[in-house]
Design a protein around this ligand. Structure first.
Ligand code: ZN
Length: 889
């Protein structure tokens, strides 16, 4: 039995990388060293023919070769050599592999396997996919790839596990008007005959262009990229590397902002990592749909164009920031992920946690006015909320199949991973941390690594016991609660610290402990600039420390860099609330987040949270209003169909009004860009909560916008469209739909569809749902539409019925990474316990066992909201009474 007070060590510590011990399904005695791939896509039938010659290194005598192939037919297989041996492929659908039994034992050494194959090109972003889009010169189709996590095997047979690094030499035959981009520059181009036989092509045998790319450095298969179409580009240079932004016809100038960002970030990363970007070029490629987000393919990063393109005339400030952050994220992967690769998906957080942390650091470096660290603190608090529930999981967790690999791309991996690294950087100091990163990358360059390898490098550079400190954060689920109390003894402040696991409605949670880097600050009243910081690593269940000053304000998690909640004794908390406006913004935000978390955990009531909100005075910080608004939106969802709903909404409007009065509808000369964003958010809130004057003005501005698009500023467009769509009638609905159908901008199209989906009128919501079955939207947007009808349109019942009626059709439009999320995302708008069971039962019966993990997480979220509703709505209804002053100051 373990002694109380001793830190419980993780049961299975992560091990340094070795190829042999890396998890995976493929045998490790046959290694691919080089792939020479030849592809010929058919853009009419959306089929693919290809061949690949793979240089193998056999480590142990073997009678069988097994590699990955999925939705491919291997039509010919030959073991090359003095005597060519024809092999018979055996496809294993469940394992997504193809295997070849050999007539005799293959001795260790170099061998060559030649395969010919055929496959499909789908519209979902899995492997090679096509995108249909409109360009000034007409309807077009282009090709792109999305391989991560396990879809390279859909484009060519390969060892599709990240530890199997190899070089790739790709050639592709395309129509002459197509340009093509891959990881490396083009080596050669030549004309070839179509080569297709048969009556269909006999009359118009066309000439194709064969494009051959330079061989890549050794890399993981999930980083292979191919994009081809009638594309245009702009280019520049940074640090001797060619930088290009690639777009569809007529959009290349909208890549100018991305080009500049890429140039400055490349230099920043070269310096930060202390290792030069290793490829001769870096392409930033805008795809007009098909997948959301972005993918860090080495040397050829792909983005949904809405997060790469920025049109200074029509794009919003928010889009500008999203573009910068996404570029910073994907570029950091070029080193952290691509040059050094996570050995297996159980350590995916190494890639994604790091990039999530780095995107903030790098973006903040160039754009300090954006207050990136405050935004990251909000993301951290959101993931901490989920991490407190019993459905959470450790950052590092076993991944045994493809579906689990897709599930690994979640907020624990990204946001918790990023937050742990921020805490660690703060604890070690930025320079020691940076040197540890440099050591890690240098030690594993062109190879794979594990979390243990990162800890070792940081430990060597910092001299701190990083394995010991960090194991608890990545190998245990959940997070700690730090309880803090203080007493004045002989003129000194004696502070008592104690930790326990912080949970939300999880009474059976395993008790856990962490080594917590605690940062305390004491400040004199009236100014926080004289804060005196004290840092301690809390290694035990509790500790006491003595601070010099008795009279000051004591704040824990100073600067909000720690991944823990804080519960203050009443007298400490009252003092913090009384002096709230003197604290730095990061600490005001941290107190609000922790305060709401205590409500969720039933450790305090909503009245306490709103008392803290009420203590804010002249608060203009964007991230703080984001915090307040997101809490109000959550409550608003719980208030739906409740008797106190109207009073709550009226009170929420009263809370927002002072800030709206300051900001107004029109930008003021010299205002900060954050004020522009805040204006849009405050107006959106007022619109949502039914402020009649705001709704009327938004409608008038929408009508004007339809007649004169330039009349509506890009920063207010999302807000005005959303309000117009929410309260709109059939005519507004039709206008929005027309606008969606006729724009060539993905950014704009998404705004119009979001506005459509937000309609409160069930008749209009039903029309929006019907759109998802047509082909006017691209995959991903389709299912987003259904999810948004449930969420922002407040029609979860309609959306749920619709999703069940058309389940097969809708799921076929989602790519594998989003499939398990689709039904849970619709149901997460409910807050009645019965719905949680309904979701879990339905997914178990109608989808797959793999999808149950996400369904259970959402089921837990629904049950939590039901409990919160029952407990806190009466408190909130009391708070909402008009007589209650909103601002006690
Ligand atoms: Zn990433």
């Amino acid at each position: 039995m373990l002694l109380l007070g001793a830190v419980v060590l993780p049961t299975r510590a992560d091990q340094p990388f070795t190829f042999a011990s890396t998890p995976g399904k493929l045998p490790k005695d046959v290694l691919p060293r080089h792939y020479a791939i030849e592809l010929q896509p058919d853009l009419e039938k959306f089929t693919l023919r290809g061949s690949v010659v793979i240089d193998l290194e056999v480590l142990k005598p073997t009678r069988e070769i097994i590699l990955n192939a999925h939705d491919l037919e291997v039509t010919k297989a030959t073991l090359l050599g003095a005597n060519e041996i024809a092999l018979k492929p055996r496809l294993n659908l469940g394992d997504q592999t193809v295997s070849f039994k050999l007539p005799q034992t293959l001795p260790p050494g170099a061998h060559r396997l030649a395969l010919e194959f055929t496959g499909q090109i789908q519209e979902q972003a899995e492997g090679l996919f096509y995108v249909k889009y409109s360009a000034p010169s007409g309807k077009k189709v282009m090709l792109a790839t999305q391989m991560e996590a396990t879809d390279a095997r859909r484009m060519f047979p390969c060892w599709d596990e990240p530890a199997f690094r190899a070089t790739f030499e790709l050639s592709v035959r395309l129509p002459e008007k197509f340009k093509a981009y891959s990881n490396m520059p083009i080596e050669s181009e030549s004309s070839v005959s179509d080569g297709t036989k048969g009556p269909r092509f006999a009359t118009h045998l066309s000439t194709l262009n064969r494009i051959k790319f330079v061989t890549t450095p050794p890399m993981a298969s999930y980083l292979v990229v191919l994009v081809a179409g009638e594309l245009e580009e702009i280019s520049g240079e940074a640090e001797g590397v060619q930088i290009r932004v690639i777009t569809t016809e007529g959009k290349s100038e909208q890549g100018r902002y991305a080009l500049g960002a890429t140039q400055e970030l490349l230099k920043y990363y070269d310096d930060y990592f202390g290792i030069k970007y290793p490829l001769p070029k870096l392409d930033q490629i805008a795809i007009p749909g098909g997948f959301s987000g972005a993918m860090e393919n080495w040397g050829g990063i792909t983005y949904n164009e809405s997060v790469l393109l920025f049109d200074p005339k029509t794009s919003s400030e928010q889009t500008k920031r999203d573009v910068y952050v996404d570029i910073a994220h994907e570029m950091s992967h070029q080193w952290f992920g691509n040059l050094v690769t996570t050995a297996w998906w159980n350590n995916l957080w190494l890639n994604e946690g790091f990039a999530t942390w780095m995107e903030v650091k790098a973006t903040d470096h160039f754009n300090p006015g954006w207050q990136m660290l405050l935004g990251a603190a909000s993301d951290k608090s959101a993931v901490m909320s989920g991490d407190a529930h019993h459905t959470t999981h450790p950052i590092q967790q076993a991944v045994d199949n493809e579906s689990q690999a897709d599930d690994a791309f979640d907020s624990i991996t990204y946001q918790k991973g990023g937050a742990i690294l921020r805490m660690l950087e703060d604890y070690l100091g930025p320079e020691a941390f940076r040197q540890g990163i440099h050591r890690y990358l240098s030690a594993h360059i062109y190879s794979s690594a594990t979390t243990a390898d990162l800890w070792s490098a940081l430990e060597r550079e910092s001299g701190q016991p990083i394995h010991r400190i960090c194991g608890g954060w990545t190998e245990q689920p959940g997070l700690p609660l730090l309880k803090i109390n203080a007493a004045c003894e002989n003129g000194k402040q004696v502070v008592s610290l104690a930790q326990e696991r912080f949970t939300v409605q999880d009474s059976r949670a395993r008790p856990l402990e962490w080594e917590i880097p605690v940062t305390l600050a004491t400040m004199q009243k009236s100014t926080a600039t004289n804060a005196v910081e004290t840092r301690r690593l809390l290694r035990k269940k509790s500790a006491k420390l003595t601070l010099a000053d008795c009279g000051g304000i004591l704040k824990a998690n100073f600067g909000d860099t720690g991944y823990y909640r804080v519960l203050y004794s009443t007298n400490l908390f009252v003092k913090l609330r009384q002096n709230l406006n003197q604290l730095p913004a990061a600490d005001r935000l941290n107190l609000l987040n922790d305060s709401w978390a205590m409500v969720e955990a039933n450790r305090s009531s909503a009245a306490d949270y709103f008392a803290l909100v009420g203590a804010l005075h002249n608060e203009h910080t964007l991230a703080i209003w984001d915090q307040i608004l997101s809490t109000l939106y959550l409550i608003d969802a719980l208030e739906q169909k409740q008797s106190g709903c109207a009073a709550f909404q009226a009170h929420a409007c009263r809370l927002l009004q002072p800030e709206f009065k300051r900001l107004g509808w029109e930008p003021r000369a010299g205002e900060s860009a954050n004020d522009g964003l805040l204006r849009a958010k405050i107006i959106s809130g007022l619109g949502q909560f039914g402020d009649q004057a705001v709704i009327a003005e938004a409608r008038a501005r929408f009508a004007k916008f339809v007649a004169t698009p330039d009349s509506l500023s890009s920063d207010l467009r999302s807000t005005v469209l959303k309000i117009a769509g929410r309260y709109g009638d059939q005519a507004v609905h039709d206008q929005l739909h027309e606008l969606a159908l006729h724009t060539s901008s993905t950014e704009e199209r998404q705004l119009y569809y979001s506005a459509l989906a937000g309609a409160l009128d069930p008749k209009l919501a039903a029309q929006t749902l019907a759109i998802s079955l047509t082909d006017e939207t691209v995959p991903q947007e389709t299912t987003d539409l259904v999810i948004k009808v449930a969420d922002s349109g407040e029609q979860p019942e309609l959306a749920w019925d619709f999703a069940r009626q058309h389940l097969h059709e809708l799921l076929s439009k989602v790519d594998s990474s989003a499939r398990n999320d689709f039904l849970p995302s619709i149901m997460s708008s409910f807050s009645d316990t019965a719905r949680a069971e309904e979701l879990e039962t339905y997914v178990r019966k109608n989808v797959s066992g793999d999808a149950l993990v996400k369904a259970r997480e959402t089921g837990e979220e629904i049950r939590f909201k039901a409990m919160l509703k029952q407990r806190e709505i009466p408190v909130i209804d009391q708070w909402s009474k008009p007589t209650q002053p909103t601002n006690p100051k």
